[in-house]
Design a protein around this ligand. Structure first.
Ligand code: NAD
Length: 397
């Protein structure tokens, strides 16, 4: 089949197998061009390993440090008539490249919130790796079923306390208008914390500790975003921010539960980037488009792979980690520089449909969005007839 992007709103409903493979290859090439300053992890579990920051975390562990990696994700396999999801193709490509270099890699495709997938992961660690020394928690999901009660919770992207009206770019129509979001009620806030807060991270770490598969000096990290004034009303000070605050509570609880020995749980604060998760958040596409333009002009722009490379180097495996007062690893330092934020804030009210391509780097935003699904890569022939079927070692979810 000839595969062209099918974009609906802020999602692309198909993916290109060769394009996703090329995207993974690019990230692997970047990591191979770097040199780690010190030692890194040996046996790594990445929960949410197939796209965005989790995929980058897996690539840095494997190709930057020669680590064995076990990845957990929830992705759709292909059929003769439908392409797989991008994360499926990414993971198949990752496994192909890692195996070719003799690196251990296994993947588990299923619901990470469930007890069953946790148990399957533990069995795989016991059988293949013995113990793990890094657990990266990089899930982004709109819903979670609590395995203890069977109740399904849906997260919402809403402000807390009062409604919010903000400038928004509709990435489908390229129209700029106001978006008004009503405040969340208590139930919605609690549900969002249940989905995107720290409870599942804690349950993973408890299950791994009880099964005695954590090595001494094991580290774990979960990813968050803090942002600044422009995004606070819809992110930092909103339902998702509340859920992310709960990660700080969970990090302290996990660290205590792991009981010293160099074991520690820390939240890592990362910069805003185009991923499947962030493109769904109102305000973010316009904010990121302005940010990209300004950070590129300054020469400080980073994509997922560059951010995560730096997280390992300046955070997780640094003798002087870049920590804040809340024991969080801060990799959003370049994004949050006050001079840069002031520039973005000054541009924000000036952007119109007419000057969108001049005042912002929407062109790159859009190109990066399509790239997430394997489209727009120079090395790929998009007119070629390709099979959507790509064999992978992991089972359909
Ligand atoms: P993403 O959508 O690219 O990745 C999400 C991952 O979670 C995928 O691997 C997906 O398969 C997996 N997943 C979702 N539901 C699952 C389930 N039920 N079971 C198993 N796997 C499941 O998202 P991302 O932007 O890379 O986000 C990862 C983390 O980084 C999130 O916690 C997010 O809040 C955080 N973060 C993102 C940004 C940003 O700008 N994108 C910035 C800072 C922090």
């Amino acid at each position: 089949m000839i595969i062209k992007p099918k974009v609906r709103g802020f999602i692309c409903t198909n993916a290109h197998p060769a394009g996703c493979a090329a995207n993974v290859q690019e990230q692997v090439d970047y990591v191979k061009s770097q040199k780690a300053a010190g030692t890194g992890p040996k046996n790594v579990l990445v929960i949410g390993a197939s796209t965005g920051y989790g995929l980058a975390s897996r690539i840095v562990a494997a190709f930057g440090h020669g680590a064995n990696t076990l990845g957990v994700f929830f992705e759709k396999p292909p059929t003769e008539r439908r392409t797989a999801s991008a994360g499926y193709y990414n993971s198949a490509a990752f496994e192909h490249l890692a195996s070719a270099e003799g690196l251990y890699c296994k993947s588990i495709n299923g619901d990470a919130f469930s007890d069953e997938i946790k148990q399957q992961t533990i069995e795989t660690i016991k059988n293949d790796l013995g113990k793990i020394d890094l657990v990266v928690y990089s899930l982004a999901s709109p819903r979670r079923t609590d395995p203890k009660t069977g109740t399904t919770y849906n997260s919402v992207l809403k402000p807390i306390g009062q409604g919010y009206t903000a400038k928004n770019l509709n990435t489908d129509t390229l129209k700029i208008g106001d978006v008004t979001v009503e405040p969340a009620n208590e139930e919605e806030i609690a549900a969002t914390v249940k989905v995107m807060g720290g409870e599942d991270w804690e349950w993973w770490m408890q299950a791994l500790a009880e099964a005695d598969v954590l090595a001494p000096e094991c580290q774990t990290t979960a990813y968050t975003y803090l942002g600044d004034k422009l995004t606070w009303p819809i992110y930092g000070h909103a339902t998702i921010g509340k859920a992310k605050e709960d990660l700080d509570r969970a990090a302290a609880a996990i660290s205590q539960q792991l009981g010293g020995n160099g074991n520690q749980a820390r939240v890592s604060v990362l910069k805003a980037l185009v991923t499947q998760a962030s493109s769904a958040i109102p305000v973010m596409p316009l904010y990121i488009s302005i940010l990209y333009k300004e950070m590129k002009a300054e020469g400080t722009h980073e994509g997922c792979i560059e951010q995560i490379w730096r997280l390992y180097e300046e955070g997780l495996y640094s003798s002087e980690p870049r920590l804040d007062n809340n024991n969080r690893l801060r990799m959003d330092d370049l994004e949050l520089k006050p001079e840069l934020q002031a520039k973005v804030e000054a541009i924000w009210p000036e952007v119109t449909e007419e000057n969108l391509f001049d005042l912002t780097d929407y062109k790159s935003y859009n190109a990066e969005f399509l790239k997430l699904f394997g489209f727009g890569l120079d090395s790929v022939d998009y007119e070629a007839d390709v099979s959507p079927i790509v064999e992978a070692s992991f089972k359909p979810a």
